[in-house]
Write a protein that binds this ligand. Structure first.
Ligand code: UDP
Ligand code: MG
Length: 326
């Protein structure tokens, strides 16, 4: 049990990209949840909702500004351009880490059960520094989404990445963990795989995932695939080892094949083997291309990391006093 003289200050961090349709529906739900937890004395009166506008092209930022003006419990920051979900979330968490005791990150679309925030905070009060929100079932997802998502988690753990099964980016993280996490400088961000690397006590809460309340998903199959590849290559070098093993196996087989061919020549039983030659050439060619691709993926990642460009740039804040010019 945590020894708390006062209730912790919570920041709910919500990345928003073109969410003008869903924000008017979900923001009141987030506000209600915040007010309920404050009324129960679970979190402090200073707790806030922090909305991160990820370079939206619609009215999202206007909505956030109005909400911040009307309600002192709502803050907003705006990124200078669209940087993607992971970077937007990071921007929000880094903004929040010095202003609060705990953060909860959640998507803007209301797919994740908002009410389990209460359980997350309770779990924090019981000593957990990180609390993962885990989907207990994916009944509401389409078969395709469920199949691809679950295969993704299985593949990731087979590749040696330490991730929590069926946990996305709905989680409570204490500012203590975030301060340690701020020294993880990588630009290839895959937060759900990195947070477990920071360590500290963690626990999980379970919830049912709903359908989006409005608007549409920003994760089509191609984006999911690229998140999966990024996830694997930024957390594990096992694919490189795999490439080495495949290369070794093929070399050994070829060596045996060469010896066999020589014996056949000596025995004088060679025949015109066009088909087998073509098969071998295609097979080896294909494997080489795949292996080069895997290595290229890592070389590319190294290139991006070496440049160490900023992961996000905040162009505006709803609170004037913390404006970039001081
Ligand atoms: N998002 C973002 N930047 C992007 C894409 C998405 O900040 O470039 C936010 C989006 O507003 C939402 C969250 O990331 O709050 C998750 O996106 P979405 O609901 O579209 O993904 P899905 O739930 O379908 O995987
Ligand atoms: Mg969603």
């Amino acid at each position: 049990m945590r020894n708390t003289m006062h209730s912790p200050c919570l920041y709910i961090v919500i990345p928003c990209y073109n969410e003008e349709e869903v924000l008017p529906v979900t923001l009141p739900m987030f506000k209600k949840q915040l007010a309920d937890m404050q009324a129960d004395g679970l979190i402090s009166e200073k707790s806030k909702i922090l909305l991160v506008n990820d370079g939206s092209k619609d009215k999202t930022w206007d909505l956030i500004r109005t909400a911040a003006k009307e309600n002192s419990n709502v803050d907003g920051i705006s990124l200078s351009r669209n940087r993607g979900h992971q970077n937007a979330l990071l921007a929000g968490l880094m903004e929040a880490k010095d202003k609060c005791d705990i953060t909860i990150s959640i998507d803007a679309d209301g797919q994740d059960d908002i009410s389990v925030m209460t359980d997350m905070v309770k779990s924090y009060l019981n000593g957990a520094e990180v609390v993962y929100g885990v989907r207990s079932s994916r009944k509401k997802d389409t078969f395709f989404k469920r199949f691809t998502a679950e295969s993704f988690y299985k593949l990731l753990s087979a590749m040696g990445a330490e991730i929590v099964f069926n946990h996305a980016d709905y989680r409570l993280v204490s500012s203590r963990v975030l301060k340690e996490f701020s020294s993880f400088k990588e630009v290839n961000l895959f937060l759900r795989g990195l947070i477990p690397l920071v360590g500290f006590n963690s626990s999980s809460v379970f919830y049912e995932r709903h359908e989006r309340l409005a608007g549409k998903s920003h994760y089509p199959f191609t984006k999911m695939l690229s998140l999966a590849i990024d996830g694997i290559t930024s957390l594990s070098t096992k694919p490189l080892r795999l490439v080495f093993i495949i290369g070794l196996t093929v070399s050994i087989l070829s060596f045996i094949g060469i010896i066999w061919a020589i014996i056949m020549v000596i025995l004088g039983t060679t025949v015109a083997g066009w088909a087998s030659t073509v098969c071998v050439v295609c097979f080896i060619g294909g494997i080489q291309m795949v292996c080069l691709g895997v290595i290229g993926e890592y070389v590319g990642k190294t290139y991006l990391e070496v440049k160490a460009r900023p992961r996000f740039i905040i162009s505006e804040r709803t609170k004037d006093n913390s404006n970039n010019l001081g």
